[in-house]
Design a binder for this molecule. Structure first.
Ligand SMILES: [Zn+2]
Length: 980
């Protein structure tokens, strides 16, 4: 039975929107395209509620799918892809005509041959195309709280399995429809359970049911990753399962079903389009599918838009990644469901219902199938041509190869290569040393060609391969933005600079980071070359590291594993007499150190260069003394070294041949085991918390998640020596801690605690009224270094220039520099992540600054306030005299700048990583920055700060070092903040 409020809402909508009443309220018939075979059960016979009256949970959905598949085995096959972190089985259905279902393996093999023109001539390709159905992949619910997608899927499966309508039969004959039933089962289950238990169908945007609590936030997966970003690094189990299945089938068309935009969205996509895609066929197919949808929507008087917002630039989405694989990859966004609940009142007082949102996705799904069916041969042919063109470009283009050196962290380099292999990129290992006469490094934008000898064992990605376009998109130092797009953003920027300080600013159309080059993000030495020589041994595609169905705790399923092809990890020199030396060059050495401490082994670290075992070791090298540890050390360190891929060295004498510091030296300092609290719950960013959670699980580090309320209740917190505050709203942190909470925090730090603040939390620490650091934010009213008062506009009432932090999280959301357009003005005061949920315009934002600190008061002149940077890679200088940079021997690092948070150097602490004012080179390595603003204001600021306070420390990171699991170069620095 329906809650009475929903009937009221229906009446209200009838009364309000007279002209569109028919379109809005006519109940969509999901069973109009029969006749249907009675042997196949309708979803409602199992769910017991009508479409859109309730949210289907995962187990019920499984019963629906399995019942349909069992009733129609000649049309439907079910494949298991693998388990999620919460033990839900991910499934892929293949639905097609009985004739096609009987020869699925043959079809798969045929399409695989089309995907490799090296093996398949044009004539053979034509023969295959003539007799092979097109592969269409329909994916649902990547964002678990986009719930119309989930319900739509069951209706689509039923239609295809049960209908005898001629059009549907044609689709089945011409297509193998792959239905990825749910891309994010864990997120959907959190959302559906919460909404079903709380929703009453009230359309008022202020009603509680339209705001998910912090711990629900069904958009993300278990580890609160946005799975629609993860195709770049495939850090999550779901992504790995789906990529493996995808590359087994090689689809030509893919649709990813989302929600909830203001009106329905389907392609053609907005600019910028990733320039590695061939522009003409990409545009032609997106337009063909878009026009087909438009005809259906126009006929039903359903509103929609195309282009406008959703681009295909960043390669980690589920439309861009398939596109780079040769498919027509599309994002569809419906306008109802999810946190909009059963009913949602729009800003013109009309009501949109969950059921209508489902109906629109349903029509769009079937329209895509019909369009693919009608264009089967032409689309298959363009798929073959995509791969042939890619191969051709790779053989003749300016970029012939990428060379990645295993270097000092072969595990990290191996992880990068593993990511490429998972995306189907062919990678070889150099059998012997080889020469390139035209190699370009990654250390600066447009690095000039040099002559370079590469060692045996170097990883080589030769672009003369069918995956050339994807490989290049992942690896090139910079992917150029469409010029017209960039010009338009600059024009808006210039207009904004001229606008009055209180005037509304134009937004920008960046959806995500504009630079992601994997060699830079991983901090591995790499080159691209204009030539190709030497002989390579190809690496095999990775097999699942763990059986998909193995019984295994989530943290173990995500524990780091050394890729099979990397030979690293173990103890050299046998059983140590005096000590084991752990070099700190590899990210995973941090894991080894922590896991030894966790088992109560005693470790020390060399604060200065060390000489031991006849060798010199850089500062940061760890020492495990035999005399301070139990007998079990020898066995455990050998085993953990293998697991973490760290080469450990046994030393049999304490005598240092040279230098000041040996194993027994004064500068070899004992380490204390970190006992870590991670701040959770509002106002913490869920994605920042999740990336931290995943990183710590991956390295086997224990922590206690704690809300601020409990932190305040817990009193002196003596059992913990580290508190990590993930990215979050600075104003929200301020409100949640309150004055007494901040004072307690300061006392705890001065007694010896280490507070680690990421991004928005670092802004919180730098607020004048918090003052946990002597650094201040550039452009804030508290920024004394800012250009001096002579410039201050005289016409400003003092009241508006008040420098105090905004007391409420909402206040922070005024968003003076938010990266994209503001959500609808009718939106209730939601959390930033929730605003993103509700605002389709920010659908593609990735871990963006959740909100702004109270920096830009009306008195701030625009030229003194940093414009938020849409994710660029910048060059920072490393201070190699502080423990924060242990393990970093280079003078400069590529770092991500993805906000307007620029920090003045600390006056009392250590500025460990800075944007040096004296740096003559451009700071920009890759990505979009604002001319006259970003570099000018960033120069001379700090990226990582250590602020000693009493016996403790506050460590500030300007950006989130765990961001989307992409920036592996920052991993050790993050660990340094609490290990040493
Ligand atoms: Zn979405």
């Amino acid at each position: 039975m329906k809650p009475s409020f929903r009937s009221l809402a229906l009446l209200a909508s009838l009364a309000i929107c007279v002209s569109s009443a028919a379109a809005q309220t006519a109940r969509f018939d999901f069973y109009a395209r029969g006749p249907y075979r009675e042997s196949v059960p309708r979803p409602q016979t199992i769910t017991r509620y009508d479409v859109g009256d309730f949210h289907t949970n995962y187990a019920t959905m499984e019963r629906v799918i399995n019942s349909i598949a069992q009733a129609a085995p000649e049309r439907v096959r079910v494949f298991e892809m693998g388990l999620t972190n919460e033990y839900r089985m991910m499934r892929l259905l293949a639905i097609s005509s009985p004739e096609n279902i009987a020869r699925l393996d043959e079809i798969k093999a045929n399409v695989a041959r089309l995907s490799d023109p090296r093996q398949t001539s044009g004539e053979e390709a034509q023969r295959i195309i003539n007799g092979t159905p097109i592969i269409v992949w329909l994916a649902y619910t990547i964002h678990g709280n986009e719930s119309a997608s989930f319900e739509t899927m069951m209706q689509v499966v039923y239609q295809l399995a049960a209908s005898s309508e001629p059009t549907t039969l044609d689709v089945l004959k011409n297509c193998v429809v792959l239905v990825n039933v749910c891309e994010n089962p864990d997120g959907h289950e959190r959302f559906a359970t919460w909404y079903n238990a709380n929703g009453i169908g009230n359309p008022d945007p202020l009603a509680a049911e339209h705001r998910e609590p912090w711990s629900v936030w069904g958009r993300a997966n278990h580890y609160r990753f946005d799975l629609n970003r993860d195709n770049l690094v495939a850090s999550q189990l779901e992504t790995r399962h789906m990529q493996r299945a995808y590359l087994e089938w090689n689809p030509q068309v893919l649709v990813d079903h989302h929600g909830q935009t203001t009106q329905y969205f389907f392609p053609p996509a907005a600019l910028p389009i990733n320039p590695n895609l061939p522009s003409a066929p990409t545009a032609r197919w997106l337009t063909a599918f878009g026009r087909a949808n438009a005809a259906q929507f126009d006929a039903r008087q359903w509103d929609y838009y195309v282009r406008d917002v959703f681009d295909i630039f960043y390669p980690g989405y589920w439309d861009s990644w398939p596109s780079l694989n040769g498919a027509t990859g599309m994002t569809f966004e419906t306008d109802a469901g999810g946190p909009r609940g059963y009913n949602w009142r729009r800003d013109d007082d009309t009501i949109i219902t969950f059921r209508t949102g489902i109906a629109k996705h349903y029509v769009a799904s079937l329209t895509v199938l019909e369009t693919a069916s009608q264009n089967r041969a032409a689309r298959l042919n363009d798929y073959y041509e995509f791969k042939r063109g890619a191969l051709e470009e790779g053989r003749s283009g300016p970029v012939r190869r990428f060379v990645i050196l295993p270097g000092s962290d072969p595990v990290r380099a191996g992880e990068l290569v593993d990511i490429l292999l998972r995306s189907g990129v062919e990678v070889g290992v150099a059998r012997e040393a080889f020469q390139s006469s035209r190699a370009h490094g990654y250390t600066a934008a447009n690095a000039p060609a040099i002559s370079r000898q590469f060692p045996a064992g170097a990883y080589v990605v030769d672009l003369a391969q069918p995956q050339k376009r994807l490989a290049k998109a992942f690896l090139e130092p910079e992917t150029p933005l469409d010029e017209a797009f960039a010009r338009e953003q600059l024009a808006r920027f210039q207009r904004n600079q001229r606008r009055g300080t209180n005037a509304d600013k134009e937004g920008y159309n960046f959806y995500d980071i504009t630079a992601w080059s994997l060699p830079l993000a991983f901090g591995v030495e790499a080159y691209w070359t204009e030539d190709a020589g030497g002989t390579m041994t190809p690496l095999p595609r990775p097999t699942p590291a763990i059986e998909p169905n193995a019984v295994e705790a989530p943290e173990n399923r995500n524990r780091m594993r050394v890729p099979d092809f990397v030979r690293a990890g173990g103890v050299a020199g046998g059983r140590a007499n005096i000590a084991y030396i752990i070099p700190y060059e590899r990210n995973s050495a941090a894991s080894l150190a922590y896991r030894l401490q966790r088992e109560d082994f005693k470790l020390a670290v060399a604060a200065r260069p060390l000489n031991a075992g006849g060798r010199d070791w850089p500062r940061g090298t760890m020492v495990v003394r035999v005399s301070r540890n139990p007998e079990t050390l020898h066995e455990r360190i050998a085993q953990l070294a293998r697991e973490t891929g760290v080469d450990v060295f046994a030393v049999n004498s304490g005598f240092n041949e040279t230098g000041e510091t040996g194993i027994g030296g004064e500068n070899v300092v004992s380490l204390r085991r970190p006992r870590i609290v991670v701040v959770a719950d509002d106002p913490v960013s869920q994605t920042s918390y999740g990336a931290l959670w995943w990183t710590l699980d991956r390295y086997g580090v224990d922590f206690t998640p704690m809300s601020i309320a409990n932190l305040r209740r817990a009193g002196n917190l003596e059992q913990y020596n580290v508190i990590i505050m993930p990215d979050g709203s600075p104003g929200g942190y301020f409100t949640a801690f309150g004055k007494s909470g901040i004072d307690n925090l300061r006392d705890w730090i001065s007694r010896g605690g280490t507070l680690v603040c990421l991004k928005g939390a670092a802004v919180f620490a730098a607020l004048k009224d918090v003052n946990l650091t002597s650094s201040r934010l550039v452009g804030s009213d508290e920024d004394e270094t800012r250009d001096k008062p002579a410039d201050k506009p005289a016409d400003k009432p003092d009241a508006q220039a008040t420098p105090t932090p905004s007391p409420t999280p909402q206040g922070d959301q005024s968003g003076a520099g938010q990266r994209t357009r503001q959500p609808q003005s009718t939106a209730p005061p939601l959390s930033p992540e929730q605003q993103r949920d509700l605002s389709g315009q920010t659908e593609k934002l990735m871990g963006a600054p959740p909100d702004l600190p109270p920096i830009a008061s009306p008195s701030a002149k625009p030229e003194r306030v940093p414009e938020p940077v849409p994710g660029a890679i910048m060059r920072a200088a490393v201070d190699r005299s502080t423990p924060l940079t242990f393990g970093y021997e280079e003078t400069h690092l590529p770092v991500l700048v993805d906000s307007a948070y620029f920090f003045r150097p600390s006056k009392q602490g250590t500025n460990a990583v800075v944007f040096a004012a004296s740096d003559a080179q451009s700071l920009r390595i890759a990505g979009f920055i604002w001319p006259g603003n970003t570099e000018r204001l960033l120069r001379g600021t700090s990226y990582v700060i250590d602020e000693p306070t009493g016996r403790g420390h506050v460590v500030l990171f300007a950006e989130d070092p765990n961001f989307c699991a992409i920036w592996r170069n920052a991993t050790r620095m993050f660990f340094n903040s609490f290990l040493f």
